[in-house]
Design a protein around this ligand. Structure first.
Ligand code: IVH
Length: 711
């Protein structure tokens, strides 16, 4: 797409523009140069995933262009990077007809299916040993894009294959899709390109986390998340979803001066190299700045090589950053594709090879109701055990009452379940058409299944809660959370011991951890001297855990690890929170109305205050010992990120060391990062950081020297 000279030139222009202010004197050529610079950086970031400037610099250039355009509105063009962000909402999506029907592919499931398909292709073409191009079958939402006179004019969903929804405004939010591309250089006047919109596994996990923090049930898989995102009313929301694209098929194009009706072949320029074969067309798209599966594709000869490759690729499936559900095998030569043609349903020149299903059907036998540490009552579906994606699944959370009615779940139903990669299994849907009259409605309890007190549901919430804070289930879950790894990290305690000690009456609340009757525990089966000593040592060690871990361990609603750190840094002593108003709390970073209300509620409760006093009496650290260090910390305002395996420090301790000196831990590589601390086997973060020259890349020893713990 860009040669070395162009790259050097664009880099130089980037530096120049970064030093420039907008003024009214801007010329068209200057604006065009800045647009080209921004497009170049979008391509580096979104298509190649190899940015050479940081987010801040990109934002600065983007802002400069906006200001230049504001001063010279006549110079705004539809393909300007500023024109992606539409300000108006999508009212509804118009139905439009595809230029060429979007057919689906025939499926195959094993080597013999593939051999059969190859045999037919050979018979029909009288060839021996056909060349195939193989690429991943991307598991997202398919789209079609139309470019006319080099400009993106339309983006549509697949719909029913004949007609789809016009989602152009939303499509423009996806920055790996060019708003314009120089097709005219090849004589092409109009072209339709097909591809798949996807959400990476990482973006999907984050999306589900966001849903959960709003009390909403998660989506089953990245495909649903991507498809749903494309139909959102607000294009700005689409932009936030980090959608990605792969463009894998040119379905149609016409040359200048021609009409669609005049076409007698789908490939009017099959004599031109770029458009003579599928693999060349992927290269062609790539060279024009599109994200085609150029690097993911493989050209092979004969079906046995296809079989080998698809099996090899299946082994890598879980290592990919996005979901694929198989491979697509395409006859490479376009002339041969045209010769093979299509059936009414699918092309004869392509076939999908489906990987082992990650969906399975099973029966919903019962529902149990679990009470969590905040009193939330979660229904858990009990299923006939079934193998899916390599594990046996027999119970799945079904979140809340609304979810049950949305999915129309009944006891005795046949349900489809799915486990995508490392995502928690979900029920995709029920199959009401298979009901035989023996199904019954799922009755949601009105009282707590554990303590029998009445359940309550807050206005605007989907979750029923037991509000009796002495409810046994909640007490046990709170203790489990308190001892857990990310909280007080009391090793060798664990869920099972908490439950066991509780049932035996040896442990009834959090302070009870520090007054456990070790004599009695020593008598229990499986508790030899060694495990008893380990437990005593772990409990003792937890007393000096930093304040943020204690706060997190208290399990205050909406207070996660980050908020706990913010809270710990805001006080001298934990009980200072008892004197803070909700307004005071809202002054703190990242604490909004809801979180402030929850913290205030916790510290207004006398039982909680009494418990904290008791813990202090038992030797726990309620003072913020870190705070003084922060004040004198030499790393104030510096950001850190750790990657790879550290040898001398545990990741958590290393982070704590940086924070103790006023440093801040960030989650990703961007121009906002000051230090990347690199351990063994560092991967993509290191690669990314190398491209941003403001980031200091240091070793673990250098880090230790920096925090003055010289090795
Ligand atoms: S080619 C006329 N290539 O799979 C053939 N499709 O079951 C056009 N898909 O509707 C499709 N990855 O949404 C093709 N590399 C790939 C694909 C792919 C995913 C989807 C596409 C299509 C469906 C067919």
């Amino acid at each position: 797409m860009y040669n070395n000279t162009q790259i050097l030139d664009l880099q130089e222009q980037t530096t120049n523009f970064l030093q420039q202010q907008a003024d009214a004197e801007t010329s068209a050529s200057e604006i065009n140069a800045l647009k080209a610079v921004l497009r170049f950086h979008e391509y580096r970031y979104y298509v190649l995933d190899e940015p050479i400037i940081g987010d801040t610099e990109y934002d600065k250039l983007y802002q400069l262009l906006k200001e230049m355009e504001a001063a010279n509105p006549s110079l705004i063009t539809p393909d300007s990077p500023t024109q992606r962000v539409g300000s108006s909402l999508n009212k509804s999506f118009a139905t439009v007809q595809h230029l060429v029907p979007m057919l689906s592919l025939e499926n195959s499931y094993n080597a013999d299916d593939l051999r059969d398909w190859d045999r037919k292709a050979k018979e029909q073409s009288h060839l021996d040993g056909i060349e195939y191009c193989i690429e991943p079958k991307f598991d997202g939402a398919s789209i079609s894009l139309i470019y006319e006179n080099d400009q993106l004019v339309r983006g549509t969903t697949r719909g029913n294959g004949i007609e789809g929804d016009d989602i152009t405004t939303n499509i423009k939010q996806i920055r790996s899709i060019p708003l314009s591309a120089p097709f005219s250089t090849y004589g092409i006047q109009q072209i339709e390109i097909r591809g798949e919109i996807m959400m990476t596994k990482k973006a999907f996990a984050k999306y589900n986390e966001d849903l959960a923090s709003q009390g909403l049930p998660p989506l089953a898989n990245p495909r649903n998340a991507a498809a749903g995102s494309l139909r959102m009313k607000d294009p700005k929301e689409v932009a936030k979803r980090n959608l990605e694209v792969f463009l894998y098929h040119i379905s149609y194009y016409i040359l200048k001066g021609e009409k669609q009706e005049d076409l007698d072949t789908p490939h009017p320029t099959a004599d031109k190299k770029e458009l003579s074969s599928h693999s060349n067309s992927l290269q062609f798209l790539w060279d024009l700045g599109f994200r085609s599966p150029q690097k993911e594709k493989q050209v092979v000869k004969g079906i046995e090589e296809v079989i080998q490759h698809v099996h090899d690729f299946e082994q890598m499936r879980d290592k990919l950053p996005y979901e694929i559900d198989g491979m697509v095998i395409k006859v490479n030569d376009f002339a041969l594709q045209d010769k093979l043609g299509m059936t009414t349903h699918h092309p004869r020149w392509a076939i999908a090879f489906k990987f082992k299903a990650r969906q399975a059907t099973t029966k919903l036998r019962g529902v149990e109701f679990h009470v969590g540490r905040t009193g939330a009552v979660t229904p858990v579906a009990k299923l006939d055990p079934v193998q899916v994606g390599g594990v046996t699944v027999s119970s799945i959370s079904i979140h809340n009452e609304e979810y049950i009615s949305e999915k129309d779940l009944q006891l005795g139903d046949t349900v489809i379940i799915e486990r995508a990669g490392d995502v928690i299994p979900q029920i995709v849907k029920s199959l009401p058409e298979l009901r035989d009259g023996n199904q019954t409605k799922i009755a949601f309890p009105t009282t707590c299944p554990v303590c029998k007190s009445n359940l309550f549901k807050e206005e605007g919430e989907a979750v029923w809660r037991c509000i009796n804070i002495e409810c046994e289930a909640q007490v046990v879950e709170r203790i489990i959370h308190f001892v857990s790894k990310d909280a007080m990290d009391i090793k060798s305690f664990g869920d099972a011991n908490v439950r066991k000690f509780y049932e035996l009456g040896l442990l009834k609340d959090i302070p009870g951890i520090y007054t456990l009757d070790m004599e009695a525990i020593g008598q229990l089966e499986g508790f030899g001297k060694k495990s008893k000593d380990n437990l005593v040592a772990a409990i003792e060690a937890s007393k000096t855990q930093p304040l943020n871990r204690l706060i997190y361990g208290l399990g205050i609603r909406f207070v996660g690890e980050n908020t706990s750190k913010v809270m710990a840094n805001a006080v001298q002593h934990l009980l200072d929170f008892a004197n803070k108003t909700e307004e005071d709390l809202q002054q703190l970073d990242d604490i909004g109305v809801k979180v402030a209300d929850s913290i205030h509620h916790f510290f207004s409760n006398e039982q909680n205050i009494a418990m904290l006093r008791q813990l202090e009496g038992l030797g726990l650290q309620l003072f913020n010992t870190k705070k003084e260090t922060v004040a004198s910390g030499g790393l104030q305002g510096q950001t850190f990120l750790f990657t790879g395996t550290l040898n001398k420090l545990k990741r958590n301790d290393a982070e704590a060391l940086a924070e103790a000196q006023g440093g801040k831990i960030v989650s990703g590589v961007s121009s906002k990062l000051n230090y990347l601390v690199v351990g063994e086997d560092a991967g993509s973060k290191l690669e990314k950081a190398k491209k941003i020259n403001t980031i200091k890349i240091i070793s673990e020893d250098e880090f230790l020297a920096l925090v003055e713990r010289v090795v």
